[in-house]
Design a protein around this ligand. Sequence first.
Ligand code: ZN
Length: 142
Amino acid sequence: MLFASRSAAESALHSRWRWQHFSIAELCCKCDGRYCDRAYWHDSGFLDALTSVRADIGGPLIVTSGHRCPKWNRRVGGAVASKHLQIAVDVAVASHSRSALLRSAQRRGFSGIGLAAHFIHLDRRADPALWIYNGSEHLWRV
Ligand SMILES: [Zn+2]
């Protein structure tokens, strides 16, 4: 469900926000007010799955990109039909075990998984897809 602004999302969802390790602030559009008012796409099942991945790997997940408004998606070179236009996340990969992260994401129902050198893209699309960004093939064992 799309909320036009972070503040609208926060007031609507505040009383039933049960994902303590994630915030609307980090999941809303990062265009910083240039093209939208920090729009946010809410999907409870998505956040449940993300919470499960966090529990599996036993550490924080830093979301570097969440929902994107159409103009911001274009600006950052996102795919035309990117799931970021609804909800997808890019999670920073730092000290994480890549294989544990990948296994957990698959087990928790993420069906769109993109593997990059410094992040993993996660979404829940109807037709499963797994891809590796150019130059990071050697980092992931798929
Ligand atoms: Zn935006």
